[in-house]
Each structure stands twice: as structure tokens, then as C-alpha cells.
Design a protein around this ligand. Structure first.
Ligand SMILES: *Cc1c(COP(=O)(O)O)cnc(C)c1O
Ligand SMILES: [Zn+2]
Length: 408
């Protein structure tokens, strides 16, 4: 197996860079760098049949992944997650075309595993010894796990109200964790300003070119799971936008490989009403989003008030004929429970937000029951257990003769 990675290209000004040295953003314009591959050559080596014979991790796409030497791959078995028919949840909503991609089954409980497996592998290949990350929690956990496996020093900077489980994970994985007064963008600035002096490689979302290469494998998998076609719509809980941008890129690469045609799903962004910079920019017809003031929501992964890849997210949404929707925290909490009760999926609040968006788009007529639609359940609610507050349970005394009468 070999990778057909050829170079890095700026998504904004087109400047090119070597893919065999460390880069973060474009040195010319400061925007997002994309990994480019020699897809015409890759076409000769990668076939759907070859893919089927490989171990079931996202690295089975090695020819169009950014690591040159397979020995540098740092894997915990990420990717190849199930695409579940929504089943009873679909019936309840009057459709048999609703699907859930359950990303909560990834190592460390979220799709961040894909991005960080790719970024850590490439960093290791390029000789990095220490990595730093601003994170709402899941990215930090994933970096801690992959960093531990690779033997890198990991520095994490998270908002003060980061979910308890993420703090436990960083401790257990041996990462150095700090809480920052402010949100993820404040943590990001802190890392950027100190990374060079401290000798850290900054793996912030889309400020490092390879996390999105990991996340693009979600798009590759969808194509495979739909037998080399694509669904009509994808609803994605959007924070930094790595997944939308990565999947959009994946579809182009698959078309150039000759595996799919030009049809594309409507790419649909869902954000929380308390933090909806991309939704605002979409509605205002702008290509860049403004910082969203006083950002707040119970869904930490989408509490991202500003994203460097805003133009890439908005381009994908517009070019695909998609849309952008904001949903309330109350809808998110309701739909976390509904996904669990009707589909058996223990979804994080961000994942549940896709169901809230789906309902709104069906009610408004943007989506119909005939549209094959994929909801991205991006993480497991095991990470957000504090949002789930069951009532006290009845306690039974097994020695009482009437104990069974207490059961309903
Ligand atoms: C990071 C995260 C998101 C946002 O993903 P992006 O691809 O960065 O937009 C959504 N949900 C969860 C659970 C996350 O951890
Ligand atoms: Zn540039």
C-alpha cells in the first residue's frame, strides 16, 4: 500500500506547499490548507474489491490518506461505523428513508477519533514530539488517546465547563489539561500565541491540514454503505466544520476516482440557537461568518462562535443546494431522548440536534419523506451524562411478601 498524497494546496489563494514538512495554515493568506492526491495514479491501485479485503478501520483508504509509511499509522480501530436505518423512529416520522450514522461507536466516543488519528499519525511521521489543542472536550480526549499511543506529549486547553468525563479521560490518558476562562476560540488564541515558543504543534480544527482527511472518511464510508451512490441529504452538527468540509472533499475525490457520479447530497448545517454563526451567515448571503456573541448551548461540540473554515462550510452548503438551521436546547434535549427511545441510539446533544433539524425541515417542506436523509450522531451521550437526569427509582425490599405489587 502507498499513499498518493502529492502536496498541500491553499483553499483560498491556491498557494502550494510540500506535504512532507509541517504546515498549519497558508503562509500567504492564513487560510485553510487542503491535502491533494494524485488521484489518476491512485485510480490504478485502489479498487472497491481491494478495499473489502482490508481491516475495518478508516485506514483502509490508505491510497487517499495522508500518511506515507503504514508503520506511522496510529490507530485504535476508528471508522467503519454502522449506518443504521432509523427504524421505528422513521416510522414515527412517516418515512422509511431516514438513516443514522452512529459515530458514537468510535474510540473515545466521538467522530473526533477519525480526525485525530489522521493528525497524530501525520505529526508522528513528520517528527513532532508535542501537540497542543483547544477543545470543547471530544477532540481533547481523542488527541489524548492517540497521543498516548504515539508517545507524544499532549497539552489540552478546554473551557471551564467542559463535561466531567472529558476531564477524567485526559487524566487517565496522561495528558496535560488546562481550563481556560472563555470558549474554544479563546483557548485557540492562547495555543496559537504560545505554540511556537513552547515547541507545540497546534492541531486546532482546520488550522492543521490532516484532521479533515480523517473526517473525510465519513463521506467515503457513506458512499460505500449506499453502494456507491449518495443520499439526498446529510444533516451535520457543525462546529468548526471539519466534517462537512472533509466529506465534501471526499465526494470530489470519489468522483475523480470514478467511483461515484456528479450527484451530491444537500449538505445541511445544524447549529444551536445560542451559537449559530454559520446559520446567520447563510441567511445573510455572506461567505464569511462573524463572531457569534455570548455563545451558549448545552451542546459543547457546536459551541464554536467562530470558524476559520467558514467559507468552506458555506460553499459546500450553497453548492449542494443545502441549508442551515438553528435549533433550541429544549429541542435538543427532547430529541436526545427520542433518538434513544425510538432508535436505540444513545446520542450526544450535537447528534440529537440533527433530529431536531430534520423535524423542522420536514415541517417546513425543505425535506420530504422520500428524501434519503442521513443524521450524523457524532458522539455518545456517555460523554454528556450530566444532561440526563432520570427521576429517582423505586427501591424494592426483596424480603417483603408484597414486593411484586410495587411493580407496574
Ligand atoms: C466536534 C464536534 C462537533 C462538530 O464537528 P465539526 O466537524 O468540527 O464541525 C459535533 N459534535 C460533536 C459531538 C463534536 O465533538
Ligand atoms: Zn492562501
Amino acid at each position: 500500500m502507498r499513499s498518493f498524497l502529492s502536496h498541500l494546496e491553499c483553499s483560498y489563494c491556491g498557494a502550494t506547499y510540500s506535504a512532507d514538512e509541517l504546515h498549519t495554515t497558508c503562509a500567504q493568506c492564513g487560510k485553510v490548507l487542503l491535502a491533494r492526491y494524485d488521484l489518476q495514479a491512485a485510480r490504478q491501485h485502489l479498487t472497491p474489491e481491494a478495499l473489502c479485503r482490508r481491516p475495518t478501520t478508516m485506514w483502509r483508504w490508505f491510497e487517499i490518506m495522508p500518511v506515507r509509511d503504514p508503520a506511522n499509522v496510529v490507530t485504535l480501530g476508528e471508522g467503519c461505523t454502522p449506518l443504521l436505518p432509523a427504524g421505528r423512529l422513521g416510522e414515527r416520522l412517516g418515512t422509511d428513508r431516514l438513516w443514522i450514522k452512529d459515530e458514537g461507536l468510535n474510540p473515545t466516543g466521538s467522530f473526533k477519533a477519525r480526525g485525530l488519528s489522521a493528525a497524530v499519525s501525520k505529526a508522528k511521521e513528520l517528527g513532532v514530539k508535542a501537540v497542543a489543542i483547544p477543545s470543547a472536550g471530544n477532540a481533547a480526549s481523542a488527541l489524548a488517546a492517540y497521543g498516548a499511543r504515539a508517545g507524544l506529549a499532549v497539552y489540552q486547553f478546554m473551557p471551564q465547563d467542559v463535561p466531567e468525563m472529558m476531564r477524567k479521560e485526559s487524566f487517565q490518558y496522561g495528558a496535560r489539561a488546562y481550563l481556560v476562562q472563555g470558549l474554544i476560540n479563546d483557548a485557540g488564541r492562547l495555543v496559537r500565541e504560545r505554540a511556537a515558543r513552547k515547541g507545540w504543534f497546534d492541531v486546532s480544527t482546520l488550522r492543521e491540514p490532516y484532521r479533515q482527511e480523517g473526517k473525510k472518511t465519513m463521506g467515503l464510508e457513506l458512499a460505500e454503505q449506499f453502494n456507491w451512490t449518495l443520499p439526498d441529504a446529510i444533516i451535520y452538527p457543525t462546529g468548526g466544520g471539519t466534517g462537512i468540509v472533509g466529506m465534501w472533499k471526499a465526494f470530489d475525490e470519489l468522483e475523480q476516482l470514478g467511483w461515484i457520479g456528479p450527484q451530491r447530497p444537500k449538505m445541511i448545517v445544524v447549529q444551536a440557537e445560542g451559537c449559530a454563526p454559520i446559520v446567520r451567515a447563510f441567511e445573510a448571503g455572506r461567505r464569511h461568518a462573524e463572531l457569534f456573541p455570548d455563545a451558549h448551548t448545552i451542546a459543547p461540540g457546536i459551541r464554536v462562535p467562530v470558524a476559520i473554515g467558514d467559507y468552506l462550510i458555506l460553499d459546500a452548503v450553497r453548492q449542494s443546494g443545502g441549508t442551515a438551521v438553528a435549533v433550541s436546547d429544549a429541542e435538543i434535549l427532547r430529541d436526545m431522548r427520542e433518538m434513544a427511545q425510538w432508535a436505540g441510539v444513545f446520542a450526544s446533544p450535537e447528534g440529537a440536534a440533527t433530529l431536531s433539524a430534520y423535524k423542522r425541515l420536514r415541517a417546513g417542506g425543505f425535506l420530504s419523506p422520500d428524501d434519503t436523509t442521513v443524521l450524523f450522531s457524532c458522539g455518545s451521550a456517555f460523554k454528556n451524562a450530566e444532561l440526563i437526569t432520570p427521576p429517582p427509582l423505586p427501591v424494592l425490599d426483596p424480603h417483603r411478601p408484597d414486593v411484586l405489587d410495587m411493580l407496574d
